[in-house]
Structure formats: C-alpha cells, structure tokens
Design a protein. Structure first.
Length: 181
C-alpha cells in the first residue's frame, strides 16, 4: 500500500515581498524570479482559478530507486503562493520508500500523514540529537527550518533506508564503529 503524505513548507523570508505590500501577488512566470519572488501579474487579470490548485489528488510514480514521488504545488505550479511564505506538496512513499536526509535552508516543513504509517525524523544542529517518530494516519510532524530530516515507509532498519546501505554493509559499519545488532 502506498502511503500518502502532504507537507507544507513555511518559507521564512526576511526580505520584503509584493504579497506583503499588496493583498497578494500572483506570479508572472514569464518574468525572472528574484530574491523576493516573481513579479506580479496585472491584478485585473487575476481570477479565482489562480487561488486553487488541483494537482495533489493524483498519486505520484513511485517506481524509482527511492520508491517515492513528490508532486509539488510550489510557485511554478501554483503561482498564487508567490510571496506568501508557504507552499505545499504531495509525497507518495511505496513500501520500502524513503526520502533521504535533506534540508530546506529557508523553510520549515509540516508533514501530515493522510494514509499509512511511516517513520520520520530530524537532527538538531545544537545538540546533534536525533528525533524520530512513527507517524500514522492523521499525525502531523514539524521539521524546523534548516535541519536535516527524512521520511521512511519500511519495515527495514532506519540506517539501511536513510543511507541506501544494505543490511550487510550496516553490520560491517557497526562492527568497525563498535555498534551492536
């Protein structure tokens, strides 16, 4: 069963954006993107359709090496989020699927589990502490801005899935580094 997750990036910009000065700034994708986002399209050309996105209802293709798919609704797909400091995406994780360690330097992430059970976690930068939680349908987890984090749909060990090492390699590393199990 494919586990379906939605996550939202709360982009924390310190620069001024058009959306702060105006009620909104629907992106003009025909212009260059800058530090404050895309320039706005003419307000008289904005319609209600600009503020709705329908692309998250379709499962992504998880037949790849990480058995995962991300369907974004970032400004390139959903121009109304331009300058608002947020975006969203759909994450599909097949059994054995993994979103490897990664970070968002300018954003925090909120993960909402729609279906299934996954493990997710992050590493604090100050104490180097790992926070891992098993999440089920209806659970939410936040990944603070800039911290390494991951998501897994697997019965395999955490180390195997986040590092792409097989069980034999993990055991060798444990032997070298004094680990057990």
């Amino acid at each position: 069963m494919i586990h379906i997750l939605f996550f939202i990036f709360a982009l924390l910009f310190t620069s001024s954006t058009n959306a702060v000065v105006n009620d909104f700034c629907v992106a003009n994708l025909n212009k260059a993107d800058g530090p404050s986002g895309y320039p706005c399209i003419t307000p008289t050309k904005v319609t209600a359709d600009h503020f709705a996105f329908s692309g998250l209802g379709v499962a992504g293709n998880t037949t790849n090496i990480i058995k995962a798919a991300v369907t974004p609704s970032f400004v390139a797909q959903f121009p109304a989020v331009n300058g608002l400091g947020l975006s969203s995406a759909r994450l599909d994780l097949a059994p054995g699927g993994v979103i490897p360690m990664h970070t968002h330097p300018a954003a925090s992430e909120i993960l909402f589990v729609v279906k299934g059970i996954i493990k997710a976690g992050f590493i604090s930068s100050s104490a180097n502490t790992v926070y891992v939680k098993t999440l089920k349908r209806g659970d939410v987890m936040v990944f603070p801005q800039g911290l390494l984090h991951f998501q897994i749909n697997s019965a395999s060990t955490l180390v195997e899935q986040t590092t792409f090492l097989d069980d034999a390699q993990v055991k060798k590393l444990k032997g070298i580094l004094g680990g057990t199990g």
